[in-house]
Design a protein around this ligand. Structure first.
Ligand code: T4K
Length: 373
């Protein structure tokens, strides 16, 4: 329906501005293979995100697979069951074994104590997620990795432009992986990136994403095609000019939700409002037992009335058929993830969500709350 409201809508810059960049691509005839727009976007993102090195990718899933390959990960990878399935799929594509451990009750990010308890001689890496763009406990997780000599790769798909207590959250761990998918705060239609710390690692990652080529006639690795095209990179450069404005519009929506949902019994807004620099990628609420409808009943109530929130992340990754047989997929091992999957609803949030739509969404939540009054 025309007036349905979905969980997100991609931010799009003025079309005329993009036409100009398309003209440049048409003139140059360079469509891909790390051309001028690709190089400009890497440089611009390093500056914007305050990170030393960035390698652009065609999406974050391939970037995760390449990140695991770049660090030579083989064996068990400790990760979260509470994420989008791509996080664990990257582990399986790398022929490694996911070891699911519980998340923290509030943040729904991997719990450092659970990570520490799961480490064995077979542990090859730790793969946490900054869920909803809320930083994981990076100091504690990096310290565990450092103490055991185990690499940490952050799935930072949601964490574009997010700071933690010491600056960009993307500088933590050995590598961080971003997604620039259409549904993300910063999008290039499809796209992603790996943030690395040294020029040598960036060079290696760049070889891996380009079939393993090391010059015209030399191939040094079983690389893959993970390159971002010039069209996506040009679009990204344009997006970067508008992303601060897009994030401020998200911040205003976040603030209004928090203000107007505060007095609804049984609904709890997630996220730390005191966090340094946020991107407001998602607006997750917890539907508690004191709310008159269950999370699923509220989800259906809203959908039937044309508003489409999402149950990110239900089901848990560990509940999908290709994961269920792993010993660590036993749900009794992660009660916090199980309750998150049962209670969290992500409300619509995107820069062009207008006041009237927001009034309608909040009104529906109030109507649902009143059903039990
Ligand atoms: N790690 C994590 C933690 C992730 O969350 C993701 C992706 C990845 C890794 C992998 O990143 P990529 O390989 O994709 O770069 C969406 C996205 O497809 C997915 O990228 C994202 N996470 C996940 C959380 O959400 P769906 O199945 O919810 O997408 P879909 O098509 O239902 O879209 C949601 C809503 O967005 C739609 O109701 C309407 C709107 N929409 C969507 C698209 C694609 C638009 O308005 N326009 C669009 O073009 O997975």
């Amino acid at each position: 329906m025309a007036d349905d409201i979905f969980v997100t809508r991609p931010y799009l810059p003025p079309l005329d501005e993009f036409r100009e960049l398309l003209g440049e691509i048409w003139d140059s005839g360079t469509l891909t293979n790390c051309g001028p727009f690709h190089q400009k976007l890497e440089a611009a993102l390093c500056e914007y995100l305050c990170v030393p090195h960035i390698s652009l990718f065609n999406n974050a899933t391939i970037a995760l697979v390449v990140a695991l390959r770049a660090l030579g990960i083989k064996g068990e990878v400790i990760t979260t069951p509470y994420s989008f399935v791509a996080t664990s799929h990257a582990i399986l594509w790398s022929e490694c074994t996911p070891v699911f451990v519980d998340v923290e009750a509030q943040s729904l990010n991997l719990a450092p104590a659970q990570i520490a308890a799961a480490i064995t001689p077979k542990t090859a890496a730790i793969l946490p997620v900054h869920c909803y763009g809320h930083p994981a406990d990076v100091d504690a997780i990096d310290a565990i990795g450092g103490r055991h000599g185990i690499p940490v790769i952050y799935d930072a798909a949601h964490a574009f432009g997010v700071d933690c207590h010491c600056g960009s959250v993307l500088t933590h761990g050995d590598l961080s992986v971003l997604s620039f998918h259409a549904t993300k705060v910063f999008n290039t239609f499809e796209g992603g990136a790996i943030v690395s710390k040294t020029p040598e690692m960036k060079h290696y990652i760049d070889q891996l994403k380009n079939f393993g080529h090391d010059g015209e006639v030399s191939v040094i690795e079983t690389g893959i095609n993970g390159k971002m095209s010039e069209i996506n990179a040009a679009f990204g450069l344009l997006q970067l000019c508008h992303v601060d404005d897009a994030i401020s519009k998200r911040a205003a929506i976040d603030a209004r939700y928090r203000r107007e949902l505060a007095d609804i019994r049984g609904l709890q807004c997630l996220g730390d409002t005191g966090q340094m620099r946020q991107n407001h990628a998602y607006f997750p609420i917890r539907v508690k037992a004191t709310f008159p409808l269950s999370r699923d009943a509220l989800y259906n109530f809203m959908k039937e009335r044309g508003v489409h929130p999402r149950r990110y992340f239900y089901p848990l990754i560990s509940d999908f058929p290709m994961y269920r047989h792993f010993p660590s997929a036993d749900p009794t091992r992660f009660p916090n993830a199980v309750s998150g999957a049962a209670e969290i609803l992500c409300l619509p949030i995107y820069p062009d969500l207008d006041d009237a739509s927001l009034t309608r969404i909040i009104g529906l939540l109030r109507d649902a709350a009143a059903t039990g009054a």
